[in-house]
Ligand binder design. Structure first.
Ligand code: TYM
Length: 393
């Protein structure tokens, strides 16, 4: 299998690397994540910075307690977070910006950066701009229709609102509907990014449609929209998984030429799917948990998940299992076991063969279904208020 891995080294020297084969193989682009993701390598080769203990303690200074996603290093890397915090200390606020490509229903992997974004918003009292890229998904997916992506933009916005965002400081931008708001900023950006940079960063081919080639300028625009809306020039901080990083590299290169701060990022790992390796991805529905999955389906998906268990119960009781490779254990680690003592105990019991996979799976299905049931109730209520979140000019 040939794998293409688009990289930008520090200082924006762009190159494309095709790693050999085996363990090392991975693809990390905004549109595809495959193989075993080596996060250390991404930090090195994308030229981002690790989230250091020093930076984490700076965050705690404002948040009071380290959020689980920071504590467990789900967020692991950044660009200019230190600069944003220093500016904040001196009285310059920042805005948050994140988004969703509404190609289908939301899965729990998508919720990871949004839950963290909500935490930052509450602790720092900042605005959030949230971009629904119904245009992007139409352009990149041969089979998608605009009617469908716009419908999913609405559906996905309900999932976002259900997490607890407030309309006073959360502004959803639906690209197709709100293009008049974004267009002049998009043009300023597009004029300053060459085709050669875009091609090297995103891997465009001769067969790529020209809408897609232009599109990265549209994802860049909300980084700067706050100034147009309020007159205030403040940096944007973007919480997202690291797959979105190519967009920010090209945006950061031109931001100061346009009189804006470089947008800052805080990157998370991918919540894995329920299979072997890889991220939770809508293109693999059998190993992904969607927010609208009914309880029986959730149970079935979890039941079929890849674990670190042994061939038979007797063997597992004797030799124990391996939580390090178990997809189920990852869900406890990242989302569903906040208590460190209980997590360590689960890990110990697993290695010692004192707990079998069926038990872990059943318990997780219960916790997940409870979470989803509550989420769906809030999602239903969101229908009454969704209009209040639509960005106004
Ligand atoms: P999309 O729809 O692919 O993903 C939405 C957000 O979810 C993150 N993500 C994940 N995080 C953790 N675990 C996973 N398994 C996982 N899968 C996806 C993505 O990194 C993203 O943060 N082009 C974008 C939409 C967009 C955007 C933005 C995203 C527009 N502006 C600004 C982030 C920030 C997209 O298609 O995202």
């Amino acid at each position: 299998m040939t794998v293409t891995f688009f990289l930008v080294k520090k200082g924006s020297v762009i190159k494309t690397v095709t790693p050999n084969s085996g363990e090392n193989e991975m693809v990390v682009t905004p549109w595809e994540v495959k193989g075993k993701v080596d996060y250390e390598r991404l930090i090195r080769e994308f030229g981002t910075q690790p989230l250091t203990e020093e930076l984490l303690s700076k965050i705690v200074h404002y948040t009071g307690k380290l959020h689980l996603q920071l504590q467990r290093h789900l967020f692991f890397s950044h660009r200019d977070l230190d600069t944003v915090l220093n500016l904040y200390e001196q009285g310059t606020k920042f805005v948050l910006y994140t988004g969703r490509g509404p190609s289908g229903p939301v899965h729990i992997g998508h919720l990871v950066p949004w839950i963290f974004t909500l935490h930052l918003q509450e602790k720092f009292g900042t605005r959030l701009y949230f971009q629904m890229t119904d245009d992007e998904k139409f352009l990149i997916d041969d089979d998608a229709s605009l009617t469908e992506t716009r419908k999913y933009a609405y559906e996905n916005a309900l999932d976002l609102i259900a997490l607890g965002f407030k309309p006073e400081n959360t502004f959803i931008i639906y690209d197709v509907e709100d293009m008049d708001l974004l267009y002049d900023v998009t043009l300023e950006v597009a004029k300053r990014i060459t085709y050669s940079t875009a091609k090297a960063t995103f891997g465009f081919q001769d067969s790529t449609n020209i809408g897609w080639v232009f599109w990265p300028a549209i994802q860049a625009a909300p980084c700067f929209i706050h100034k147009k809306l309020t007159g205030e020039n403040v940096p944007a901080l973007i919480p997202a998984a690291i797959d979105q990083d190519p967009y920010w590299r090209v945006t950061r290169d031109i931001a100061q030429k346009l009189g804006y701060y470089k947008p800052a990022q805080i990157h998370c790992r991918f919540l894995p799917g329920l299979g072997v390796g890889g991220k939770m991805s809508a293109s693999m529905p059998e190993t992904s948990i969607f927010t609208m999955d009914p309880p029986e389906l959730v149970k079935r998906k979890i039941w079929n998940a890849f674990t670190g268990g042994k061939g038979t119960a007797a063997e597992q009781r004797k030799t124990g299992a391996d939580p390090a490779v178990c997809s189920i254990f990852q869900y406890y680690f990242y989302l569903f076991e906040e208590d460190d003592v209980k997590l360590v105990e689960r890990e110990r019991k697993c290695r010692a063969g004192e707990i079998l996979c069926g038990e872990c799976k059943n318990e997780l299905a219960g916790r997940l279904n409870k979470f989803l049931e509550e989420h769906r109730e809030k999602r239903e209520k969101a229908k009454d208020v969704i209009e209040k979140f639509h960005v106004k000019r």
